[in-house]
Design a protein around this ligand. Structure first.
Ligand SMILES: [Zn+2]
Length: 341
């Protein structure tokens, strides 16, 4: 992801005008339908989420076209199937800004696939091919422990927890785990000004988020709709902070409020800061365009002008920075949000 939005087409907020017809009959006194009882929220297991993070990192950098990328993708598909979700793969081909033709695949896994009300959890599972923000090793590959693996791990752990719930204690919504590919092979002006971007980035196209751009144009499942989406991106680092990001506020302010208020009730306000920050370019730009109002939970420094933490797109993004407490704060908060529906 990057911190400057390209020129996007108008993200027109759909305004629905509801016309109230005056009733001719006196209102009947009816008992309102009993709200479907919310079941107690199960525990998000931080050890398990940590292990899912380490497992992905152990494949090596998950750079599209690499063996590690294919192997990790196969692992994620198998794991989601093992948890009983209905899994679809969406292969696609794309060209990156440096002219590389890549084969990607988005992985779409549905829990309670027939439930009418749905909530999507998004994360990207690829890693950036070079640590261009690194002070010394700009061309080195990077582990993407937080930027990539931690986010997928949070979604996987939620899938695992859901799979253990008896039907009688299931949440009232279906949940879709959407693992997007090729998010992170984008052109970054501040570190790659010497490299020409070969892509046409007009009309809302970008060299970032290639998987979610493809998905937004070719929805899987066809005609996909969800009440809202939550994007995880870099949710595993020690001392992580999550601010209220601009595009999320513009498209899904009520969901931002719901998540941040839930985090506060659970005692996680040290992580979820009630601080509004500028828009970034991340997968949620395209999932919002696809009609899923989406909130981005991403690691933003608590103070200063930087949009991203020091480990971002640097070799320091490895398992040494992963902290179970951060994974727990994010995972438990989102699980609680899902169970409150
Ligand atoms: Zn990244």
């Amino acid at each position: 992801m990057k911190n400057i939005l390209p020129r996007l087409g108008l993200l027109a907020a759909a305004v629905t005008l509801l016309t109230a017809c005056p009733s001719e009959k006196p209102a009947e006194v009816a008992t309102p339908p009993a709200a479907t009882q919310a079941h107690p929220t199960p525990a998000f297991n931080a050890d398990s989420a940590y292990a899912f993070t380490a497992k992905q990192v152990a494949f090596g950098p998950r750079v599209p076209n690499s063996k590690a990328h294919i192997a990790c993708g196969n692992y994620l598909v198998a794991k989601l199937k093992q948890f009983g979700l209905t899994v679809r793969e969406q292969p696609f081909e794309a060209m990156t800004f440096d002219g590389t033709q890549i084969k990607g695949r988005n992985i779409i896994a549905q829990y309670q696939p027939t439930a009418a009300r749905r909530i999507a959890l998004f994360a990207h599972w690829d890693t950036r091919p070079f640590a261009d923000a690194d002070k010394e090793h700009k061309n080195a590959p990077m582990d993407g422990a937080s930027d990539g693996a931690s986010a997928v791990a949070a979604a996987l752990e939620i899938a695992r927890v859901l799979s253990l719930q008896p039907d009688s204690l299931a949440p009232n919504v279906g949940i879709d785990i959407m693992l997007m590919d090729a998010e992170d092979w984008g052109h970054e002006d501040s570190t790659q000004s010497d490299i020409k971007d070969q892509l046409d980035e007009t009309n809302g196209n970008s060299s970032w988020c290639l998987g979610s751009q493809y998905w937004a144009k070719h929805l899987v499942p066809a005609g996909y709709k969800a009440e809202y989406g939550i994007l995880f991106d870099m949710v595993g680092a020690k001392g992580g902070h999550f601010t209220r990001e601009g595009t999320s506020l513009n498209n899904a302010r009520s969901v931002v409020d719901k998540i941040w208020n839930t985090a506060a009730k659970l005692g996680y306000s040290d992580y979820f800061l009630f601080k509004d920050t500028g828009a970034i370019l991340d997968d949620h730009v395209y999932t919002n365009q696809a009609g899923v109002p989406t909130v981005d939970i991403y690691d933003h420094p608590a103070f200063g002008e930087e949009y991203f933490p020091a480990y971002h797109h640097a070799t320091g993004d490895n398992m040494s920075i992963i902290d179970r407490k951060t994974l727990k704060a994010v995972g438990q908060t989102v699980l609680q949000v899902l169970y409150q529906e």
